[in-house]
Design a protein around this ligand. Structure first.
Ligand code: DGL
Length: 256
């Protein structure tokens, strides 16, 4: 089986990593729209258009299931993608919410993400529907920190404290990492929030969510495509995927 995964850039490699760990025999095609990242401060219409172009490429590669690894794209474009695609499509928002609802005891749940994800209210709506009280916070500096490889030490520690101070006071017992890059800051976030707050990583929950649709067969291959390459791309692939990997450059819409 071939599964397509796309993200606004490299961050979705954290989702690809979780998917490969869970389904090692399956084939994956990953597209990172590095030429147009970040999606996190674009309008809904633009995020939808970009997402449609990403899946058009993946469908051309013959994928049989699509995972929208980007939280921003999942927040704004999932419905349109579900209507448009002839194959099953999954975002990262719902799996994260489900996992948070299973985890929380006091029904006070925090959500951190990009400005776009937070203002879309996608997480908030789903959580509130199930009676949870939601505390959201946009953390725009987390993405550039990870992209600089600053995932430990004094600087990210201070930024984590700066953004999460209010959430720590809010009484939440569960925090959803609603952005592809944030799992790399998870140790610092857990450390800051303390043992009473469980930190949910959407990547793991998404891998679990698609289980019923995955045919566990294939040649265990994975191909990476990016719409642009920066000098740090190789470094970021290794950081986010946990291993170095070859990649190809692609232009959207769909001219390899
Ligand atoms: N992939 C995006 C997300 O998960 C973060 C980076 C961006 O803003 O494009 O929301």
């Amino acid at each position: 089986m071939k599964i397509g995964v796309f993200d606004s850039g490299v961050g979705g490699l954290t989702v690809l990593k979780a998917l490969r760990e869970r389904y090692p025999e399956v084939d994956f095609v990953y597209l990172g729209d590095t030429a147009r990242v970040p999606y996190g401060n674009r309008s809904p219409q633009t995020v939808i258009r970009y997402s449609l172009e990403c899946v058009e490429f993946l469908m051309g590669e013959g994928v049989e299931l699509v995972v929208v690894a980007c939280n921003t794209a999942s927040s704004y474009a999932l419905e349109v993608l579900e209507e448009t695609l002839p194959v099953p499509v999954f975002g990262v928002v719902e799996p994260g919410v489900k996992c948070a609802l299973k985890t929380t005891k006091n029904k006070k749940v925090g959500v951190v993400g990009t400005r776009a994800t937070v203002s879309s209210g996608a997480y908030k709506r789903l959580l509130e529907k199930e009676g949870a009280e939601v505390f959201q916070k946009a953390c725009p500096l987390f993405v550039p920190l990870v992209e600089e490889g600053l995932i430990e030490g004094e600087i990210p520690k201070r930024v984590v404290a700066y953004y999460l101070e209010d959430l720590k006071e809010s009484g939440i017992d569960t925090l959803i990492l609603g952005c592809t890059h944030y799992p790399l800051l998870k140790p610092l976030i857990e450390d800051f929030m303390g043992p009473q707050v469980k930190v949910i990583d959407s990547a793991q929950s998404t891998a679990l969510e698609i289980e019923a649709h995955v045919l566990r067969e294939g040649s265990a291959s994975f191909e990476l495509y990016f719409t642009d390459e920066s000098p740090s791309l190789g470094f970021l692939i290794e950081l986010l995927l946990g291993e170095p990997a070859e990649y190809k450059r692609v232009s959207l819409p769909c001219k390899v």
